[in-house]
Ligand binder design. Structure first.
Ligand code: XCC
Ligand code: SF4
Length: 658
């Protein structure tokens, strides 16, 4: 046997049934195999994850190494420099936080750059869509608004928010939003972020060979950096995007691959920054381009989103969404995608090969993200249409030259998306007394047991969407209201949980609230940077009162059951730092039983923060989260109220039966 055929024989075959519960993705995986096309699912089946790396038991921070420890006996050895298992793990973890926080803060900074250029009049292609939100934000930041021009207010807001990134000393502006007692905890431990650039720089310094070698001290810097993401870069990305493009309110939209249209020019935007997508929205509406599409024999132009900017546009404008992270290659297997434009983050290099196989025109657009061999059309905000029009034109050419048969899975699910924290306010409180009081009341009286954020990626190491869907079903069945962002939101939307009718899957208490308000039991807030909406909502719940004095007192929990990215680690850590018990699935980059493990999973809570949790199984994950919520209810003295609600329900059932 030649080397090559030996290798081929060893290649593990993918069991499609175990790979995903997304039927459209499964159908496309079968087609990909018939077509001889490989995806990340196949590569994951063929490549076992490195067990040393999975446990974070190796260090390559200098050339005396790389050094490898034995995850089953972590303290048997140290690195050549003497670094212990705890130092090595903490440093690795810190660098994941740094990278994840950098991704979100750099994205937030791009939005803030755009905001500055728009308010100073240098960019005319975008405008301020939500001046009310801008004024509210100015007031929140103690900026004078009475009798002032919007432009002057906006410039002051810009200058204030810029501190989030470049400030060398002091506290970032959004600490104003943090509940007093939570902030007190941060100050006590010296973890209030200064500016994101400073924190990320310092983390890279401290994890260099021979600097910080105390896992508790390294964790403190992880906390400070992650907070600069959650209450900094991500929060700015959300606030500024709302101001520029509109604050989401509920909107009906379809998800899944059935959103593609056989007889139209299909264009997918995939990535994270709404500026590209907003411009594409204008391009596909251009009468000249629509006519060009018709001249090419198409019935029109169909714009669809994927991943996070897709989730953001779904929430903000009701743009259909074709699928989450693990479906970005498989959607190309339909042969129906004429062009895909990508910007930054979660863009698999594997897309290039699949696009080539099916003749899809793939374009990178952001100077930060090019892919070898892929055409780059740079997106410039002062002339955004140049890029997006060119993508449309290329898509039309591809449509005209479609040769291969097209197979679009006939699967599409409608749902209601677009629940900003402002809207939750309004929805529950009504127009005249918009507030979180009714939410708190329903938590206190026990109809709603607590709130869970279920967020994050999909990952080929677990069955796509399955962990998300089972976890969320289990939570709502137990009267836990679920809020979502990112790829997780799409998993549940595909499963039909975003229909108000899905309230019947909820427990009696939550169902009653959903039916009264007319909302689904699961609320989608947008992309991953919009996790900051969850932080703001938590702060609001504390402010309204009755549920303790800090975020750590709230009966809430978080989860990223199928995460894969470093951004998720940063998000998880800023939730933990803010006081939330946060459970991750798939794998956790840590050695069990070590001091660093105990620090993240137990001691942080003892210090007044939240803590990390880990479970692969969705039911176990739900059990952990609900137990935590119940523990917080008990500490607040509202556990009895819930027992009464359950009794009322039993009484009612007895009555009905009689
Ligand atoms: Fe990426 Fe944001 Fe994860 Fe989805 S959820 S895989 S990070 S697209 Ni943000
Ligand atoms: Fe090894 Fe220490 Fe160098 Fe890491 S920093 S590679 S543990 S010698």
């Amino acid at each position: 046997m030649t080397e090559k055929s030996k290798k081929d024989e060893k290649q593990k075959t993918l069991n499609i049934q175990d790979a995903t519960i997304c039927e459209a993705t499964a159908q496309m995986l079968r087609k990909a195999e018939r077509d001889g096309v490989e995806t990340a699912f196949h590569r994951a089946a063929d490549m076992k994850a490195c067990p040393i790396g999975a446990d974070s038991a190796c260090c390559k921070n200098c050339t005396m190494g790389p050094c490898r420890l034995n995850p089953r006996d972590p303290y048997a050895k140290t690195g050549v420099c003497g670094a212990t298992a705890d130092t090595i793990q903490a440093r690795n973890f810190a660098r994941m936080v740094a990278s994840g926080a950098a991704a979100h803060t750099d994205h937030g900074m791009s939005m803030l750059d755009l905001f500055r250029e728009v308010v100073s009049g240098k960019i005319k292609e975008y405008a301020i869509k939500d001046p009310i939100k801008l004024a509210d934000l100015a007031v929140e930041l103690d900026i004078e608004v009475e009798g002032r021009e919007l432009k002057d207010i906006a410039l002051d807001v810009y200058r204030e928010l810029e501190r989030t990134y470049v400030q060398v000393d002091g506290e970032i502006p959004f600490v104003k939003r943090v509940p007093e007692k939570t902030l007190e905890t941060w100050r006590k431990h010296g973890v209030v972020p200064r500016g994101a650039m400073r924190e990320i720089m310092e983390i890279m310094h401290r994890t260099h060979m021979g600097v910080d070698q105390d896992y508790e001290n390294i964790t403190r810097q992880c906390t400070r950096t992650a907070l600069a993401d959650g209450w900094g870069g991500s929060m700015i990305a959300t606030e500024v995007s709302d101001i520029l493009f509109g604050t989401p309110t509920p909107v009906k939209a379809d998800v899944d691959m059935g959103c593609l249209k056989k007889n139209e020019v299909n264009i997918i935007i995939h990535g994270h920054e709404p500026n590209l997508f907003e411009s594409m929205l204008a391009s596909v509406d251009d009468p000249g381009l629509i006519q060009a599409a018709k001249d090419a024999g198409a019935e029109g132009i169909n714009l669809v989103g994927m991943c996070c900017s897709g989730a953001e546009m779904l929430s903000r404008h009701g743009i259909p969404h074709a699928g989450n992270f693990m479906s970005t290659e498989t959607v190309l297997v339909t042969g129906a995608v004429d062009a895909m434009g990508v910007d930054v983050q979660c863009i698999k290099q594997g897309l290039a090969k699949v696009a080539e196989c099916y003749g899809t025109r793939l374009f990178t657009t952001n100077p930060r993200c090019r892919i070898e061999g892929v055409t780059h059309i740079e997106f410039h905000e002062h002339a955004p249409r140049e890029c997006t029009d060119a993508i449309v034109e290329n898509a039309i050419v591809r449509f005209r030259n479609r040769r291969l048969p097209v197979e679009i899975p006939n699967i599409r699910t409608a749902g209601i998306h677009g629940f900003s924290h402002e809207y939750i306010n309004y929805m529950l409180g009504g127009t005249f007394r918009g507030s979180y009081t009714p939410l708190n009341d329903n938590i206190i009286n026990g109809r709603i047991r607590g709130v869970a954020g279920v967020v994050g990626c999909t990952n080929p190491r677990v069955k796509q969407d399955w962990v998300h869907v089972e976890l969320v079903k289990e939570l709502i069945k137990n009267d836990v209201l679920v809020v979502q962002t990112g790829c997780s939101q799409i998993s549940l939307a595909k499963a039909g949980l975003y229909k108000p009718e899905a309230a019947h899957l909820a427990g009696d208490g939550l169902r009653e609230v959903c039916e009264t308000v007319g909302m689904p039991p699961v609320l989608g807030l947008g992309s991953c940077v919009d996790n900051s909406r969850i932080l703001t909502a938590c702060a609001e719940m504390v402010r309204v009162g009755g549920l303790g004095e800090s975020i750590a007192d709230l009966p809430v929990a978080g989860a990223a059951p199928e995460y894969m990215s470093e951004k998720a680690i940063s998000i998880g850590h800023y939730f933990v730092a803010s006081g939330v018990y946060t459970v991750f699935g798939v794998t956790f980059p840590i050695m069990e039983g070590t001091k660093f493990y105990r620090h993240l999973f137990e001691e942080l809570e003892e210090l007044g923060f939240g803590k990390w949790g880990f479970a692969k199984d969705p039911y176990e994950m739900a059990r952990l989260m609900i137990a935590h919520i119940d523990k917080k209810r008990k500490a607040l003295g509202i556990d009895k109220a819930r027992e009464r609600v359950l009794m009322d329900m039993a009484d009612r059932q007895r009555l009905e039966a009689a």
